[in-house]
Write a protein that binds this ligand. Structure first.
Ligand code: UT7
Length: 336
C-alpha cells in the first residue's frame, strides 16, 4: 500500500466578471444584500458566445496542474471529473478532457456529487493510488452554472450565489507513509435531495432561457431550486461534524490545523465554522467574495490559490471540507 499526495494544482476562471451592481440592473437585488447575506462581491459567468464549457475550463485547469506537477500528459493514468453542470447529459465531461489532452485510452470517471464532488473525487483517487493501481490521477472540479440560472428576480435567491470556474489537482503516489492524504470521510442523506436540486429530467447545455422560450415560461422545474435556510442550517452542522471526524480519525485537534479550506458556499457558513472551532483568521481560507459558489470547482480553486500564495508548506495539516446538494458532505485531511 502507498499513500497519495497532491503533486500539482491549477485553476481557470472565465474572464467575464459580473459584479453585484451588474445584477442590480437585471433583477431586484442589491449589492448590500448579497454582500451581507453571502460575502460575495463578484463572480465569473461565461458569456453565451464563449468557447468555455465545463470540460474546456476543466481542461485548461488540468493543463496547469499537470505542468505544476512537472509531469507530461502521458504520465496521467486516470481522470476523475466532478461536476453538476456537464457539457452534455451524457457522455460525461471526463472523456472530453481525455480527448482534448490526447491521453491514449486511459479511463475517465465522472462524479456527480455537486459541492462535495471534489472531495468525493479526491477520495476515489486516493484509493486507487493506495492500492497501487494508478500512479498519477488527474482530479478536476469544473462548473458552468450561468447558462442554467434564472437571472430574473424570480431566481435571485439562487442565482446571485453561483459562479463558473474550474480547478484541478494531480494526485500522485507518495512513498512516505506519514504524508499525503491521511484520511477522507464521505456522507450523504438522499432524504433531502429535493432541497437543492434541478428536478427536470436533464437539460444538457441548452440555455435555460431558450428552453423556457420553447416551453411553458412558468415551468420552474428547469430552474435550480434551493431551500436556502434549510440548506444553511444543515451545512453548518455537517461541516463541523465532518471536520471533527477527520481530526479524531487522525488524533489531531483544531490547533493542528494549518489551513481549513471549506467549500465556498456562503461566507457566513465559513465564519460559523471558524467560530465554532475557534480558528484564527489565518487558519481558514475564503475566496468567495471574488468567485461566488463554484460548486465542485470551489475547493480546487481555493486550494490552488492558497498554495500559490505560499499559505501551504511542507508538513502542514490541511483540511478540505464540503457540504451540498444530495445532501452530500465530506472532508479530506492532508499532511502536505
Ligand atoms: O453550495 C451548496 C450549498 N448551498 C448553501 O450552502 C447555501 C446555503 N444558504 C444560503 O447561503 C442562504 O440561505 C442564501 C444566501 C441562499 C439566502 O440567504 P437567507 O439569509 O437565507 O435569505 P432568505 O432566503 O431567508 O431570504 C430572506 C429575504 C426574503 O425576503 P422576505 O421574504 O424576507 O421579504 C427573500 O425574498 O431576502 C430575500 N432575498 C433577496 N433579496 C435581495 C432572497 N434573495 C435575495 C437577493 N436579493 N438576491
Amino acid at each position: 500500500m502507498y499513500n497519495s499526495k497532491i503533486s500539482g494544482l491549477g485553476f481557470y476562471l472565465p474572464d467575464n466578471i459580473v459584479t453585484n451592481n451588474d445584477l442590480e440592473k437585471i433583477m431586484d437585488t442589491t449589492d448590500n444584500w448579497i454582500k451581507e447575506r453571502t460575502g460575495i462581491e463578484e463572480r465569473r459567468w461565461v458569456k453565451s458566445d464563449s468557447e468555455d464549457t465545463t470540460s474546456v475550463m476543466g481542461f485548461k485547469a488540468a493543463k496547469l496542474a499537470i505542468s505544476d506537477a512537472n509531469l507530461k500528459n502521458k504520465d496521467i493514468d486516470f481522470i476523475i471529473f466532478a461536476t453538476l453542470s456537464p457539457d452534455y447529459f451524457f457522455p460525461g465531461s471526463g472523456v472530453m478532457v481525455q480527448d482534448m489532452m490526447d491521453m491514449s485510452t486511459i479511463g475517465s470517471l465522472d462524479v456527480r456529487n455537486q459541492c462535495s464532488g471534489f472531495i468525493y473525487a479526491l477520495s476515489i483517487a486516493d484509493q486507487y493510488i493506495k492500492t497501487g493501481m494508478y500512479k498519477n490521477i488527474l482530479v478536476i472540479g469544473s462548473e458552468t452554472h450561468s447558462p442554467g440560472l434564472d437571472k430574473t428576480t424570480r431566481g435571485r435567491g439562487v442565482s446571485v450565489i453561483f459562479g463558473d470556474g474550474a480547478g484541478a489537482a494531480v494526485v500522485s503516489r507518495e512513498l512516505d507513509k506519514s504524508k499525503g492524504i491521511l484520511s477522507t470521510h464521505l456522507h450523504s442523506q438522499g432524504k433531502y435531495a429535493k432541497e437543492l436540486s434541478v428536478i427536470s429530467p436533464g437539460m444538457g447545455t441548452r440555455w435555460v432561457s431558450d428552453i423556457l422560450k420553447d416551453n411553458d415560461p412558468d415551468d420552474e422545474s428547469y430552474l435550480p431550486y434551493m431551500n436556502g435556510q434549510f440548506v444553511f442550517k444543515n451545512a453548518i452542522v455537517r461541516f463541523s461534524e465532518v471536520i471533527n471526524e477527520a481530526l479524531q480519525k487522525n488524533n489531531l485537534t483544531k490547533n493542528d490545523i494549518k489551513l481549513l479550506i471549506p467549500h465556498q458556499a456562503n461566507l457566513r457558513i465559513s465564519q460559523f465554522v471558524q467560530r465554532s472551532f475557534k480558528l484564527h483568521n489565518n487558519q481558514i481560507f475564503n475566496n468567495i467574495s471574488k468567485y461566488g459558489n463554484t460548486t465542485a470547482a470551489s475547493i480546487p480553486i481555493a486550494l490552488a490559490e492558497a498554495y500559490q500564495a505560499n499559505l501551504i508548506n511542507n508538513g502542514d495539516i490541511i483540511i478540505l471540507a464540503a457540504f451540498g446538494s444530495g445532501f452530500t458532505w465530506g472532508s479530506a485531511l492532508i499532511k502536505w
